[in-house]
Design a protein around this ligand. Sequence first.
Ligand code: GLC
Length: 617
Amino acid sequence: MKLRINTIVFAVFLILVSCKINVYTSSLKKEKFNQTNNWIVLEKTVSEKEGNTFSWSFKVKQPTEYVLQIVSNQAYFRDKTTVKIKIGEQEFEKTLLKSYVINSNQIVSEIKNKIQFKNIGNQTISISTKGNFTSLRIIPHYKKPIGTGNFHQEWLKMHQSIEKQKALQHFKESKLGMFIHWGLYSQAGGMWKETRINKSPFSGPKVAEWLMFAFRISRKEYSELAKTFNPDKSFAQNIAKLAKDVGMKYVVLTSKHHDGFSLFNSAVSDYNMVDATPYKADVVKELYDACLKEGLDFGVYYSHGNDWMDGSDGNYNNIKKENDSLGIYTHPIGKNLWDPSPNTHEEYLERKAYPQIKELLTLFPKLNLIWFDGTGFITEKQAFEFYKQVYNINPNVLVNRRVGYAFGDYLDAGDNKIPSASEKLDKYWETCGTTNNSWGYKSYDEDWKNPKELLYYFVDILSKGGNYLLNIGPDGEGQVPETSAKNLREMGKWIHQNSDAVYGTSRWKIPNEGQEETLLGGTGHRATKGFKRNFTSKDFWFTAKGNKVYVISLTNTKGEILIKSLKKGDETIEEVKLLRSNKILNWQQDKNGLKTTIIGLPKNALGYVVEVTLKNN
Ligand code: GLC
């Protein structure tokens, strides 16, 4: 009987909750915004009220980053008011910062810090404030647009095709790639009229390939750089050779960066290597050929949303108008607002970007990857269009996350960012990283990551089951800065000696033991904070392949080691070997772990790998 009453109470509760959710969704429908399904609008009138505290329960449909906004009819929230917020069990006090006026009399005030909802499901939120407001809105962060889902089924079919899955499998096994940022800006080396890019009077990224943006250089003046772009003919050979030496399996060259200049022979835009420079040849083709000859895969980077030469204002003003009416901030970064081309962004896509993607796929039939970037204000439909075009011409070509929305075949954690071990990504992933603090060549950036640091990032990525796309920024002549090539080759030696622990491996049951992870937190983070970490003989990273576990150390300390994650009872061991010398090692296993002794390491070894063969049971 008691059970039945409880069931009834619970059922009534469910009905009430779902009514509430319906209230929210129906009030959402009034807003004309194509992402309304993912907006959470909590009306004050339906909140639970206790004093000045208002609470709601709601449902997160899409895990992502959100922005919290308070809508009111009065100026109360404008002047840095603080509100107390509680989400689930977490309580914090926040200052309201940005304000927008919508519908001519409503004020939307925003909390600067974004909120992460990592899981789908029910949540509770409450705010405490004396201010008079009408609703609380939780909207997707501008950097993380969520799609309508309308294209998902069609996308899934392509993504799950045999061709794509084969390509993805091959990509996963490759593990290490070379990223190349090279273009007109490489001649300037991060300087404009004797001013370093870091000292430019405008805001925005200070990496060298952002030269045109950083100094708001007019299209005409910037395009003059093409007249002197005449690199050495050895570029393609040298680069392919370097990639091979380092043990990189694929190469990704900037075929067109945000500046809009194409390094390949494009029939739809004269602003390219063949038509506009004294070099007069298709340097993408040269590198493509050189890579195929070396047995390397080849991919191109292509900035599709941002094009400072022909992409108008990047659709900024249109989007801003719409966003303003909803009270959403529109970020101007990466948009040419100083000298936009006179066409519309839509015209740019139709006449330049889509056709150039077709050109790339046709010119390079063995292409493996298109690495889209500069998504900007590409709509969901346009992002899908890019994906579909690639698939229709060559289904073997992979597409990265930055094509936009959820249409990538694989993910990236962000520039110079490594996901933490606990983060569960729903697709395969790659981290792209720099060898100093810029992608494009910066003549004065000598803050090179040494071979050990580079290897650490690589090993950390391997142990978490991802790929590393490591960048070089050749100068205007096409020469790779000496230190960066040297450091890469040094790291490459280790890779060649321990290749079994690298290619074709995946994540083992745990990524590492010993010290906590030192995460790579973005290009700017490494630039200001540097890299500090002591490697000890108790720190190990793991990778796995078949019945083998690879135990990676980044020290060259000889003597006895204890690998705790391989203790008796957990794993049955058949053989233990030092990888670089193939020397069989004596070992003992007890409840504390696997013990073995490392011998015969050269003094300058960056580290070693112990290969543990497990008994098949
Ligand atoms: C960013 C930058 C760009 C660079 C890229 C590398 O999106 O805009 O300059 O090419 O990251 O991942």
